[in-house]
Design a protein around this ligand. Sequence first.
Ligand code: BGC
Length: 745
Amino acid sequence: MSNTQTDPILDGLSLEQKASLTSGADFWTTKAVSGVPSIMLTDGPHGVRKQEEGSDHLGLSGSIPTTCFPPAVGLGSTFDVELLERVGVALGEEARAESVGVLLGPGINIKRSPLCGRNFEYISEDPLVSGVLGSALVRGLQSQGVGASLKHFAANNQEADRMRVSADIDERPLREIYLRGFQRVVEQEQPWTVMCSYNKINGVYASQDSWLLNTVLRDDWGFDGLVVSDWGAVSDRVAALAAGLDLEMPSTNGRTDAEIVAAVRAGELDESVVDTAAGRVAELVRKAVAGASDTPYDRDAHHGIAREAAAASIVLLKNDDAVLPLATDASVVVIGELGQNARYQGAGSSQVNPTRLDNALDSIRELTGAEVPFAAGYTTDGTDSVELAQEAVALAATAGTVLLFLGVPADQESEGFDRTDIELPATQLTLLDAVVAANPRTVVVLSNGGVVRLSGFADRVPAIVEGWLLGQAGGSAVAQMLYGVTNPSGRLTETIPVRLQDSPAFLDFGGENGHARYSEGLFVGYRWYDARDIAVSYAFGHGLSYTTFAYSDATATVDADGVTVRVTVTNTGARDGAEVVQVYSSLAASSVVRAPRSLAGFSKVFLVAGESREVQVTVRREDLAYWETRIGGWVVEGGEYLFEVGASSRDFRATAQVAIEGDLVLSPLNAESTMGEILANPIAGPIVMQTLAGASGEGAGLMADPSVFKMMASIPIARLAMFPGVDIDMEQLDQLFAAANAAQG
Ligand code: BGC
């Protein structure tokens, strides 16, 4: 057990009292025990979901009104660190005003498949984006004296059978893709709590995984906070406590506290383990109490932040012939139920009761000062809508431009289950066909938490606006964007595939018999589409603006922290706007399996029309590292790195190259080591080379011939020693290996 802590406050407490600190009093609060008061933990992540009374976990009983900021799918698309920190601050102010000590978020699980029912609550398919933006949210929130709960740790990438399924993942993808974002947030921000996930990882429940909770989280990453269970994630409480799960939520009515006490009394659990967990609860309570204050927050100002975040979340996917922005006096009709009745968040534990709710239709009418005609076109409850569709098509023919609002109905996207396809509802697609036939100048505006297939119509409409789920101010943010009051600056944090069948986890998403095998390995998201050279509808990182940007003069220089990439970016259009400058790294001649490129850094810059600026993107050396399974550590491979700089993962505008010195990887030598591995070892290598050079046998001759050296390099030394005429003394060699292994520690 690592990080054993003893807290003076525990001194006077009985074993029973200490055990009782390690589980909840009810759904949302910890127990008040002797000198330790109770605190409240509540959802999260994009608003404060504080239930008034009759707590019931998934929100059947109502919660108090608080600001509904855009869910993570939107916040991620902003690529805006500063803005997300402000959203975090606002969330902290609201949580504090409502006496909430810990807000249960952010969620930063990787979007492995577009089908995951909870993708709307997650930031990206890329660990760098998830880690950087997750850090910003935690930083903002905790600056207000409210704790974050980084979740769901770890590998909770599907909802199907989420409380039992085992995510079976190889070591490299686990470290490089699924844990990497968590590592960044933990190391940079020290979230007060980390929430362990429901699922198993390689057969072990996250809640009972000492490797995950102690070795990786605490020992490797230096986490000094508290691990809380996801609600109901504990299968064996005593095993979980021993594995580093400090606080079990919600209450088990004292049942599992009694199990802990019994295990200690039976000598099966060391009391110091209970002390450690209880100490961490006491420490969390102390921090929450210190942060408490009844300072009210400004609802209007927070609605404004929610709108700013929503505006920055919108991704303009397509805009042929500058159909957008619209002039306020343009002839426009709005079609689609979602235009007046927006979907603005997903279902499940994250569902916030908003303080206000903007809708696009009203906002468009307000902004234009015109009674813009509207037809619902379809229903969102699945009922037939032939008449609604006919009315809508008739209306479409009357206008200069149609704004057609489409999206995924609420009952298809939720916590607790996955989608079975990525199609828009058939009735909406039929309507789209008819509307486009009646009026080709149709702008599609989408509301969806997970990506939908656009390839069936993308080439038939001039403009597509990806409006995600945008929170309570999404409607007005969409209206402002359509009319150019704001300039879109969101970028895709996930690839939109041509077909679901193209996506990396297509063949085994969901798994079978309790196991989901992550057979695509490292190749998640754009890493997969790029490696397989698969056409996509819209690439990771893509998003248009009403202005244009030019890139020039990229350079890359190695410095103490890693690499600094500099590039000059110019706003070459007529409007002010923001660009997300993306830097992708690659190493062509690598000795390990790699994606063709990985996002290594990004920076969002605002440039007024005509402005030119040198943008600096810092690429941390650790973000260039891969997980070396032979030594169980991160390694930067030496070589000539290419940095591709541009506006998406498939739109590069400038490149720079730089040589980077690698870390020395010394894998332990033994008889099975190859000649290549031995010769690369600074101690054993020269000695073996000398032995071979001095020997008269055939082996030495072969090794001296560069044309066959490469082939020889892959032969294990014990096999080479058997070759006729090779004069290698394996006993001597074993001694040499022992000395070399000892020297490298
Ligand atoms: C969810 C968590 C949430 C918790 C409390 C669980 O079902 O997975 O994300 O924080 O409930 O509502």
